[in-house]
Ligand binder design. Structure first.
Ligand SMILES: NC(=O)C1=CN([C@@H]2O[C@H](COP(=O)(O)OP(=O)(O)OC[C@H]3O[C@@H](n4cnc5c(N)ncnc54)[C@H](OP(=O)(O)O)[C@@H]3O)[C@@H](O)[C@H]2O)[C@@H](O)CC1
Ligand SMILES: Nc1ncnc2c1ncn2[C@@H]1O[C@H](COP(=O)(O)OP(=O)(O)O)[C@@H](O)[C@H]1O
Ligand SMILES: [K+]
Length: 510
């Protein structure tokens, strides 16, 4: 699913109006209708609404929502904040309509000091500003928004919380934005929803399809995508009936150190649950027995180092190499990584301590083989590329990093961003807070290297692997509380995740 920028949405909107064709007032009715329908499904029959409309089309949507709610029998009071005495044409049109209604209370507000009374059990519909916001909000809106935010009412923002920009909010003050309980975004998610710094503003968000023209959506060029299940299912390769393990690749995992052999055990287990034909694991000598006993399906190469790996042996038949899990940042481990980077031409999946070592030796980054993946969490990425004040800033740095170094970067988080060397970004749509647990990243490494060994290109392996990892976490969360999910639970659910994704594929073709 594309994530167009606010200015691009305007173009898609205009194309739809011209080519469907549909009048802008009817399109507004359709958009507002989806909001009203959502509300009917989520509120009690005796809910009271305070609808706050601004002077643009977001305000127009709010006026229509108010009329539809009143028509359905809800108690509605609607305020049109028109300090500048200037309405968009469609907002003006629906103002005339709403003023004729007797089944709701309507007032146009021009007094900057006026604050509507809001009770804690009411629902506020926020239609003050949408994607037409062109500068940070100032008074009197800031005080009005503060009044709404401190009301304890449930707040539903139409399209986007008022005051928030769809993309870059680095110069914006979150306290000057509506803090929505729910945000109902038309047709597409907004980029800003995907950054942790905006979560308090955006609340729970959903996309409501409003039938914008498919041709205009197809033509829209954007670097940002939100991974849907259908798109990810198309990436998953079928398993041929006459398949044998030789065609599913041979992965090598290298890592572990004394006290952190578990990390590589976790990666090995998830790797074997992700379709790889063969797996070899290189661990410090002291970890060899641990690995053989806990993962009998894997072959092992005990390193000469007792408690850390010192050199990585890549046999000719290895198709992909995963390195970093639990390996530590000792001098020996760093040398092993350096030697590997100098000799390996296979796709690599570089995680955890291998990333920390690279941060200490940035001159080694250029040695990374083509078609490789790096999987930093935000702190690891900041070590590689410098500190970022916001998720937006970090994402832009990660796009630069991926392009400059010709690698795929997996910036992990609640909405993991998978970024290719062309700067394209695919945000993951699966996963849950229960996955913020020790070893969860190691299980991801195992999945990714398994997919690379099977011949998936880096960007596809990363998008698909991240999606499956999150889906496995979601499946685990159906029966296990977030608090109790472990990395091993994610691996245990991987088989169900593959099944769910594949069953979507077969549904699609049946
Ligand atoms: N996507 C779609 O296809 C559909 C979209 N639809 C809806 O349209 C919405 C976008 O509508 P929009 O373009 O009219 O912009 P909107 O946000 O209502 O406000 C613009 C007004 O705000 C003003 N203004 C701006 N910044 C300001 C500030 N800081 N402080 C004060 N004022 C400020 C600006 O005036 P200015 O002062 O700049 O002249 C202008 O008057 C979109 O979010 C969705 O809800 C649906 O109806 C149909 C289908
Ligand atoms: N709130 C969340 N929602 C969804 N996924 C999450 C959330 N928190 C963490 N994750 C996922 O869990 C994994 C954690 O990885 P990482 O931080 O490397 O963990 P570890 O170092 O313990 O292995 C990442 O894939 C991340 O995307
Ligand atoms: K809004």
């Amino acid at each position: 699913m594309k994530i167009p920028a606010s200015y691009q949405i305007k173009g898609i909107d205009a194309y739809t109006i011209e080519h469907e064709p549909v009048s802008s007032a009817d399109l507004m009715m359709r958009a507002a209708g989806t909001v009203a329908e959502w509300l009917w499904q989520h509120v009690e029959y005796d809910t009271s609404f305070k609808v706050m409309a601004g002077n643009g089309n977001n305000g127009g949507d709010a006026l229509v929502v108010a009329m539809l709610l009143a028509k359905a029998g809800f108690n509605v009071e609607c305020f049109l904040f028109n300090y500048s005495q200037k309405l968009s044409p469609d907002c003006a049109f629906y103002k005339e309509e709403i003023a004729k209604r007797t089944n709701l209370r309507f007032a146009e507000v021009t007094d900057p000091g006026f604050r509507p009374d809001i009770k804690a059990d009411e629902w506020v519909i926020d239609g003050l500003f949408g994607t037409g916001l062109n500068r940070p909000l100032e008074e009197p809106f800031v005080s009005l928004i503060r009044h709404i935010n401190t009301s304890d009412a449930t707040v539903v923002s139409i399209d986007i919380p008022s005051g928030l920009f769809g993309e870059d909010n680095r110069q914006n003050n979150p306290e000057h934005c509506i803090h929505a309980t729910y945000t109902l975004s038309f047709q597409f998610p907004k980029l800003a929803f995907l950054f942790a710094e905006n979560s308090k503003v955006v609340g729970d968000w959903q996309v409501l399809p409003i039938g914008l023209h498919p041709k205009a959506i197809e033509k829209c060029q954007t670097a940002y995508n939100f991974a849907t299940r259908e798109e990810m299912a198309q990436l998953l390769k079928p398993k041929d009936k006459f398949a044998h393990k030789g065609i599913f690749g041979h992965a090598l995992l290298a890592g572990g150190s004394k006290g952190k052999i578990g990390a590589i055990v976790l990666a090995a287990k998830s790797c074997l649950r992700s379709g790889v034909g063969l797996l070899t694991v290189q661990v410090p000598a002291s970890g060899n027995d641990i690995l053989q006993i806990s993962v009998p399906e894997a072959m092992t190469i005990p390193d000469e180092g007792e408690n850390t790996i010192t050199a990585v042996q890549i046999g000719e038949k290895i198709n992909a190499v995963g390195i970093g899990c639990g390996m530590g940042t000792s001098v020996e481990a760093a040398q092993a990584l350096h030697q590997l980077l100098q000799t390996c031409d296979k796709p690599m999946e570089i995680d955890a301590d291998a990333l920390n070592i690279l941060a200490q030796h940035p001159e080694w980054i250029k040695l990374i083989p083509t078609n490789s993946i790096l999987t930093p969490h935000p702190a690891e990425f900041d070590r590689l590329a410098g500190k970022s004040a916001t998720g937006y800033e970090r994402l832009e740095k990660a796009r630069d990093f991926a392009a400059k170094n010709k690698v795929t970067v997996v910036l992990k988080g609640a909405y993991t961003a998978v970024i290719n060397a062309d700067g394209e970004v695919s945000f993951n749509s699966t996963g849950n807070p229960g996955m913020a647990t020790a070893g969860s990243g190691d299980t991801l490494t195992g999945i990714l290297v398994a997919l690379q060994a099977q011949g998936y290109q880096a960007f596809d392996a990363a998008r698909l692997g991240v999606f499956l990892h999150g889906l496995a976490g979601d499946i685990a969360a159906r029966t296990i509380a977030f608090e109790s999910i472990t990395a091993s639970d994610i691996t245990a659910s991987l088989g169900f995740a593959f099944n769910e994704l594949r069953s979507k594929t077969s549904n699609k073709h049946s």
